[in-house]
Design a protein around this ligand. Structure first.
Ligand SMILES: [Zn+2]
Ligand SMILES: [Zn+2]
Length: 342
């Protein structure tokens, strides 16, 4: 099988590797699409220190090719599936209480021919059968690959418990911001998108945002109140990692509102908050990173039913052979998702 292997910072080799055999409890998946997330960009750039050579890629869709011996699963060869659940153990306190995102005994990363990784950027991968989730056969693979990023948004939306008619502000209209827009709308919210780039504001409007604001055009909190009958937002989702966005969020949120730090910040500028502001306003500040297995299921259902339509968020599609070019372009910023197909 072909695999795109990151052998050193900014260097990818297309290698020929043996197709792995599924063991007990495992399935072999013929992968067809893998979207490039920030995690892969950071490994490519050498910012995230993971072993070289490594084959990464966690936003994956494909078809079950083979079910390992003695594997108890309802999945069968030919089923379309999405991957990306992660290496959670299913046994520890957090897994048992429904927060496998916080698993404390993750399984070790697989190795194939001396290469470490999760092998999303390869033609085949072996995964545990209870980590793959079935999707509709007619869902295009490059759209199904969005199940993992959608699942991260689902985790956040579930945690925020967005109510019908609430006002949600999403800060940042990149891929994750716009997925937050889509899922917030599904939860019945009125959504305002805050974004400095005019083309991205336009995209947010095309995807159904009720209003957009430019946070550099005036005090962000005032702009939100003007659009919301004088009130701050019920929910603010910070989908871009910077200190200014976090500060804006605290100015946009209304009394009893919730602030979600959805994106990680690099550098992580400390957030200074007047404790009396929290005391008096009663706001909640929380975060969300990754997903639970349940969230991946919900994301798969949303995509299969076309309740979330990620097609406008695909910037470009590259064959696996051009993985290095795709990773370089994704890392240079300013793009929506780049998807590898194989
Ligand atoms: Zn991702
Ligand atoms: Zn666990």
């Amino acid at each position: 099988m072909k695999a795109a292997v990151i052998v050193a910072p900014e260097k990818v080799e297309i290698r020929e590797l043996p197709v792995p055999e599924p063991g007990r409890g495992e399935i072999l998946v013929r992968q067809h699409a893998c979207a490039i997330c920030t995690m892969e960009q950071r490994v490519f750039k050498g910012i995230l220190k993971l072993p070289y050579p490594g084959c990464w890629g966690h936003e994956v869709s494909g078809v079950v090719e083979k079910v390992g011996e003695g594997c108890e699963t309802s999945l069968k060869p030919g089923d379309h599936v999405v991957l990306g659940a992660g290496m959670f153990c299913g046994q520890c306190y957090y897994c048992a209480t429904g927060h496998d995102v916080a698993c404390t005994q993750r399984h070790a990363l697989p190795q194939v021919a001396g290469i470490t990784g999760i092998f999303g950027m390869a033609e085949y991968a072996v995964v545990r059968s209870d980590r793959a989730v079935k999707v509709a056969d007619d869902l295009p693979f490059e759209e199904a690959a969005f199940a993992e990023p959608v699942s991260c948004v689902v985790q956040s939306a579930n945690k925020l418990n967005i109510q019908l008619g609430e006002t949600v502000v999403v800060i940042g209209a990149g891929t994750m911001g716009l997925l937050n827009l889509m899922v917030s709308q599904l939860r019945g919210a009125k959504v305002i998108v805050s974004e400095i780039d005019p083309a991205r504001r336009q995209k947010a409007l095309e995807l159904g945002a009720h209003a957009v604001i430019d946070p550099t055009a005036g005090p962000a909190g005032e702009q939100v109140r003007q659009l919301n009958d004088g009130r701050g937002a019920d929910v603010v989702i910070v989908a871009i990692g910077n200190g200014k966005a976090n500060e804006d969020a605290l100015k946009m949120v209304g009394p009893q509102g919730r602030v979600m730090l959805f994106a990680s910040a690099h550098p992580a500028t400390p957030l200074t908050i007047d404790p009396n502001f929290i005391h008096h306003s009663g706001i909640w500040i929380t975060g969300s990173s990754g997903k639970n297995y349940k969230d991946l299921w919900q994301a798969a259902l949303l995509l299969s039913a076309r309740l979330v339509k990620p097609r406008p968020l695909i910037e470009d599609i590259y064959p696996l052979d051009r993985a290095e070019e795709a990773l370089r372009r994704a890392s240079s910023g300013g793009t929506y998702r780049l998807v590898l197909t194989m």
